[in-house]
Design a protein around this ligand. Sequence first.
Ligand SMILES: Cc1cc2nc3c(=O)[nH]c(=O)nc-3n(C[C@H](O)[C@H](O)[C@H](O)COP(=O)(O)OP(=O)(O)OC[C@H]3O[C@@H](n4cnc5c(N)ncnc54)[C@H](O)[C@@H]3O)c2cc1C
Length: 401
Amino acid sequence: MLTDAAARDFFSEARALYPDVRRGLVIEWASWEQRETADAVLGLMSTNHIDYHVVRPRTSPDEYFHRGIAEFLLDWQRATRGATVDPTTFRGDATVARANGVSTELPDTAVDLAVVGAGPGGLAAAAAAASEDLQTLLIEQSSIGGQAGWSSLIRNYLGFSRGFSGAELAKRSYQQAWIFGAHFAASRAVTGARAGAVPRPVGVLRRLASEARGQTGRVVFVVGGGNSAGQAALHLARYAASVSLIVRGSSLAESMSQYLVGELAATGVGIVAEARVVGAGGDGEGLDHIVLRDRVTGVESTVRCDALFVTIGAAPHTDWAAPEVMRDRWGYLLTGGDVLTEGGRRAWPHDRPPAALETSLPGVFAVGDVRRGSIKRVAAAAGEGAVVVSSVHAFLATRAR
Ligand SMILES: Cc1cc2nc3c(=O)[nH]c(=O)nc-3n(C[C@H](O)[C@H](O)[C@H](O)COP(=O)(O)OP(=O)(O)OC[C@H]3O[C@@H](n4cnc5c(N)ncnc54)[C@H](O)[C@@H]3O)c2cc1C
């Protein structure tokens, strides 16, 4: 039995030698009843010493143990080699999408529901609608999974205690919607609409997974204070010599999930608060420094920086939606009660009030990040996507009368 310090040294050394290695703590069956075991696992996970735990096999063969090891191997394979055949990795390229078996064609017949965007919200709406026999079309301009598809590890989704990658979520959700009969039109951007579409914003972080390994031994900064910035920093910390987050506010408390804030602290990711990047430069070979300005004192400082990642949130891409669909000044779509309070009765043509996720154009619904006031989380978007289908049913029922 290793002491806590010896276990940490062992896991650190393993990672230093093989940055991609998956590390698990073996625990005894039922030892999770003891608080010390849970604390040890959580402590080692949040300091990035282990990826998860495995329960010591009790019988031979022990399927749970084998499954745990197989999941570690799969994670490792994805991190080192990428997925072999993955229908969700086409990143907007129609030829690649078709080669992976994802349809880029529009159906010949009318559909009950057209969903714009295959992020978690759109995928959940498409899977739920198709499972309830609605003819469903899901249109995606870029990559299946939306912003979540760029996340290296989503840890706050109910039921997945060891977390999962956004790419895995995208692949599984795609298959689920497809099995229920949703029709996909990949590599297609919706450029105009009058009714029946649900738009969402696009993420800005790109290619992080493949970039991270290239940062081995380098000094890296990440601009941004949201969950995406936190995850990027944690992922980069696997490889880089040092990683620091640059945030405009005085703390991360308001913009980032608390579990990520804790993991960043435990992993040694630096926080440069109340700062802006105002300059950058290099020797012609590449970036070697950035200039930071303190937002309170105005003092500027030049620091070494080998790579800078910018993850400062997403802008809602809603220009294409019909003019009747009300937006706030940032482009987020108003739904439900906001339509009446902000637009007044004139904005809403019916006696009935708008449904909770309905926009000011009856029959057009908005779910996920694009909706004004939404919680910018995978679970929230997926939940809204599932919930909106009952309003779609109600709307279609009124049309049929
Ligand atoms: C790197 C990163 C890490 C994150 N980590 C977490 C996490 O750990 N936990 C968590 O809960 N949340 C996390 N988030 C936030 C989470 O990913 C988002 O809240 C979630 O993806 C929102 O889902 P959505 O379906 O509303 O929109 P999006 O995921 O933004 O999907 C919208 C989709 O619509 C498509 N689209 C937009 N306009 C059009 C158009 N005109 N035509 C066709 N397609 C269009 C886009 O291409 C995109 O694929 C993370 C975000 C990022 C960027």
